[in-house]
Design a binder for this molecule. Structure first.
Ligand SMILES: NC(=O)c1ccc[n+]([C@@H]2O[C@H](COP(=O)([O-])OP(=O)(O)OC[C@H]3O[C@@H](n4cnc5c(N)ncnc54)[C@H](OP(=O)(O)O)[C@@H]3O)[C@@H](O)[C@H]2O)c1
Length: 437
């Protein structure tokens, strides 16, 4: 079977029946669903691949649907669209390659595979005249992937600033609203099923880095790699940072940012202070938001559920419908996406970033300390915007000093912080945050 199938029914092979797969199966099996109408031909679920056939499931599938043998999907010429919602890179990537090479259209929610191997897979899709669609890989139910490829394609994308990891945003919201520390907020997120037992990918920014790699590759039509993204997690944040942020008029959010300047793009994921009145400061809990600044459209904000069964099903089944519509029509459609004719946009090193900084220091409560710190900053051409001195503790003769700077170069700030950390009166550089205006 290839994409030239005509008005006959379209059969779907689903790989994975977990959180997302169960929603996709239920939606495709629903009676009186509008899917076939919208797709222009009947769309049927035919096979569902799982790892463990003995596990109990949240859904009753017609008999004979469930299999643990990938060949039942990959080698079946009557399966036209493969939906991969297994996750991970192995064996998922191999299955995607097999499906594309066999002339099957592919829909995936797999950000890791798309971030690491998207260009290779998209090239394979093009070679085989089929579509590879991945709307659900970024932002769950938020239609950002298709918009960057289609509706916003006429723009030069000046920047993308996004909250694209719901787990992190939930933890930060709890820390801000309840004054809890990081570990408590993380345990709570795990208890609610928002964070996995091993939360590393979420809290260290790795997951958001994958998603930013995908968004930037689409926005700038160039193949970026996850290694191009500077990553900093949220585990160093302490309740004091949220108190000071509030006092200074900011919220703390972990943003995934790409910004284009003079033909070079900077890609970074890290916690940021955002002015309270900015839209991104108001995105709370497990919600996601993506702000795109385009040369023609100006600032556009997408906001919604970035994960979960229903929102992700919305994106996956939307792609199934799109693939079904294109079959026999326009196989190399706009969703073929990045990397056909690459732009020459380069990656700007993190050290070149120019922004404002918040610096929190634990210092000896003695005269002259601030002067020494100001000198270290001044030597690096970093000028101070504001200084707060709080929480003086007479018993330990220490004080907490919070400094915000005017815009300064990242490399200079990091060098000045090394000097400051070495001053005898400085007990600890407790935290540093970038301020996004
Ligand atoms: N969950 C979300 O809200 C969300 C949102 C956006 C994107 N995504 C992406 O969607 C994908 C699926 O996520 P999920 O949360 O639905 O995962 P999940 O709940 O862990 O489900 C994974 C499913 O894949 C099956 N599977 C895994 N490895 C397999 C293998 N080697 N062979 C056959 N079957 C295998 C599992 O089978 P068993 O059931 O037999 O174990 C399970 O049914 C991931 O790429 C994820 O990043 C998820």
């Amino acid at each position: 079977m290839t994409s030239t199938a005509t008005s006959t029914a379209i059969n779907v092979g689903l790989m994975g029946l977990g959180v997302v797969g169960t929603g996709v199966a239920a939606t495709l099996l629903r009676e009186n669903s509008p899917i076939s109408d919208v797709a222009g031909r009947p769309v049927n679920l035919k096979k569902v691949l799982v790892r463990d056939l003995s596990r109990s499931r949240d859904i009753d599938l017609p008999s004979g649907f469930l299999t643990a043998d990938p060949e039942d999907i990959l080698s079946d010429p009557d399966i036209h669209i493969v939906v991969e919602v297994m996750g991970g890179t192995d064996p998922a990537k191999g299955y995607l390659k097999r499906a594309l090479s066999a002339g099957k259209h592919v829909v995936t929610a797999n950000k890791e595979v798309m971030a690491k191997s998207g260009p290779e897979l998209l090239a394979l899709a093009r070679e085989n005249g089929v579509n590879l669609l991945f709307e659900a890989s970024v932002g769950g139910g938020i239609p950002i992937v298709g918009c960057l490829m289609n509706e916003l394609a006429a723009n030069e994308i000046r920047s993308i600033r996004s909250i694209i990891n719901g787990t992190t945003n939930y933890i930060l919201t709890r820390m801000a609203n309840q004054g809890t520390n990081f570990q408590v907020a993380l345990s709570e997120a795990q208890g609610l099923g928002y964070a996995e037992a091993d939360p590393t990918n979420d809290i260290e920014g790795i997951d958001a880095g994958y998603k930013l790699t995908i968004l930037a590759s689409l926005a700038y039509r160039r193949r970026f790699k996850p290694e191009d993204v500077y990553l900093e997690g949220i585990s160093k944040l302490e309740p004091q940072d949220f108190r000071y942020a509030r006092e200074l008029g900011y919220a703390i959010k972990s943003l995934a940012i790409s910004s284009l300047d003079n033909g070079a793009v900077q890609l970074r994921v890290h916690p940021v202070m955002v002015p309270n009145e900015h839209m991104l400061a108001k995105v709370d809990g497990v919600y996601n938001a993506v702000e795109v600044d385009g040369s023609l459209c100006g600032q556009v904000l997408f906001h919604g559920m970035g994960a979960g069964r229903e929102p992700t099903t919305s994106a996956v089944v939307g792609d199934v419908i799109e693939a079904a519509r294109k079959m026999g029509g326009h196989p190399a459609g706009p969703h073929q996406g990045a990397a056909q004719n690459e732009t020459s946009i380069s990656v700007r090193p993190m050290g070149n970033l120019q922004t404002r900084y918040y610096i929190r220091l634990d210092v000896a409560d003695r005269p002259g300390v601030l002067a020494q710190i100001a000198k270290a900053l001044g030597d690096g051409q970093i000028s101070i915007a504001e200084v707060l001195q709080k929480d003086t503790q007479p018993e330990t003769e220490s004080a907490e000093l919070v400094i915000t700077t005017h815009p300064a170069k990242e490399a200079s700030v990091q060098m000045a912080l090394e000097v400051i950390a070495g001053l005898p009166e400085v007990r600890r550089v407790s935290n540093t945050l970038r301020i996004e205006e």
